[in-house]
Ligand binder design. Structure first.
Ligand code: ARG
Length: 464
């Protein structure tokens, strides 16, 4: 047991209590952020004359040594320390002696951990943003190639109207673009530095909080020291954004699983992204998509947990808040892993375009267009709806598509039909007549693709 405190205690901490309380097993994850924060703190202390320049230089050299030793695996973060903060400080004192004891001047672990968690989540938001951008690039690529790949659009998982693969991918482009903009918003809102808030009431040292904030790339210092050490809103917001990302990935995974099924055969998942069965030799399973769908639950769990943990905590810092870490770390790692794998799976997935188009044709997705044809020839929509209903029934009995009917067969049900009906209900016409912005028609789609390409190029609203 190695603790930073103990002066006012007359007994050793019970081992079980120590274990229960310690956080080093997980908060070592932000060792780099912890040391980055300490270096900024020390620079500020020296600038304010609270430390000498010599002390500053010794401490910084000491911390940099610890950081590089940890990174190179020469120094192990030992669990004999209570938390990462204690580990760094104790190792520093071991290595450089007296000046090391001044590192924690004008600081509490409360503002320190608040800073570490912010630095860590801020770094991870950038990684997540990069992963989302890669996914968007793959989506855009598929869109560009498939403005004329016809497929059924579904409602109630029943074939509804024809769309294109580009249009379907565009729906996901919108979702993940919104997710990026959420991350951007969270980043802006959280980007204020809590360091200098002390335990809860600031400190009596003449700290320059603006300076530390600037050194660490924050927009400025936080404005209330109690809120600074008690705020985990940004963790909640991030868990919420990650939950939405996972929900989007999960819906997409569900579609990939359906499309990959023997019944649909719309896609072929690459061998590198599929797995086999130990007993059934013919199987090639979409495990990655299933796992992404499955892992959504643990990210939602993190959101619920942190919300629940925070709800009864009086101001300011309470130890409950230590619970934010494992949850957040797991959710962040899960979301990163899922994004990376999903993107890889999508990039290598083959679309079986013929099957998609045949499915659209054989599913009466052009029935609405057949009704519209009649309306354009003077039939009231309700009557047209009834006529096409009878056409569908006829085709179902004969097991054919609308396009397969002869003109005589059409005319037998309504004399309004002429030879141009075939053109009117071809997949191409059905899709390309839908040319208002946001619709699947090629013209509209190309406009949207240009907007997306520009968005990715400019990377508008980049985080850093
Ligand atoms: N391990 C603690 C946490 O994660 C660090 C802050 C400790 N502060 C304290 N007053 N015990 O929240």
């Amino acid at each position: 047991m190695a603790q930073l405190w103990g002066g006012r205690f007359t007994k050793e901490t019970d081992q079980l209590v120590y274990n229960f309380n310690a956080s080093i097993s997980f908060d070592q994850k932000f060792y780099a952020q912890d040391m980055r924060g300490s270096i900024a703190h020390v620079k500020m202390l020296a600038k304010q004359g609270i430390l000498t320049e010599d002390e500053r230089d010794q401490i910084i050299a000491g911390i940099e040594g610890i950081l590089s030793d940890v990174e190179q695996g020469v120094l192990e973060i030992s669990d004999k320390y209570e938390d990462i903060h204690s580990f760094v400080e104790a190792t520093l004192v071991d290595r450089i002696g007296e000046p090391g004891k001044k590192l924690h001047t004008g600081r509490s672990r409360n503002d320190q951990v608040a800073l570490d968690m912010k630095l860590y989540t801020r770094d991870e938001i950038q990684v997540l943003d990069g992963l989302l951008k890669e996914l968007l690039e793959v989506l855009l690529h598929i869109m560009e190639e498939n403005t004329e790949t016809f497929m059924p659009g579904f409602t109630h998982l029943q074939k509804a109207q024809p769309i294109t693969l580009a249009h379907h991918m565009g729906a996901y482009f919108e979702m993940f673009r919104r997710d990026r903009s959420k991350l951007y918003d969270i980043y802006q809102r959280m980007n204020y530095c809590p360091l200098g808030s002390g335990a809860l009431a600031g400190t009596t040292y003449p700290l320059d909080r603006e300076y530390t904030a600037e050194l660490l790339g924050f927009a400025g210092p936080t404005l209330n020291s109690m809120d600074s050490v008690a705020d985990r809103d940004y963790v909640i917001e991030l868990m919420s954004a990650l939950s939405t990302i996972m929900m989007h990935l999960s819906r997409f995974s569900e579609e990939v699983i359906i499309w990959n099924s023997n019944e649909y055969q719309f896609v072929d998942i690459d061998d590198a992204y599929s797995t086999g069965s130990s007993i059934m030799p013919q199987k090639k399973n979409p495990d990655i998509a299933e796992l992404v769908r499955g892992k959504t639950g643990r990210v939602y769990g993190a959101l619920m947990s942190i919300l629940t943990t925070m709800k009864g905590i009086p101001l300011a810092y309470n130890k409950d808040m230590q619970e934010d870490k494992e949850l957040a770390f797991d959710a962040i790692d899960t979301a990163k892993g899922c994004l990376a794998l999903f993107t890889g799976m999508l990039r290598t997935m083959k679309f079986r375009k013929e099957n998609m188009e045949n499915s659209a044709k054989n599913g009466f997705t052009n029935a609405t267009d057949a009704a519209d044809y009649l309306v354009n020839h003077g039939v009231a929509f309700r009557d047209a709806h009834g006529i096409v209903g009878r056409l569908v029934l006829y085709c179902l009995e004969k097991d054919i598509a609308l396009d397969d009917m002869t003109l005589e067969e059409f005319k037998a049900i309504s004399p309004v039909f002429e030879a141009d009906i075939y053109e009117a209900i071809s997949m191409e016409t059905c899709v390309n007549k839908r040319m208002t912005i946001g619709a699947p028609g090629k013209e509209a789609m190309e406009k949207v693709i240009a907007i997306y390409a520009k968005y990715l190029q400019e990377c508008e609203k980049t985080l850093a």
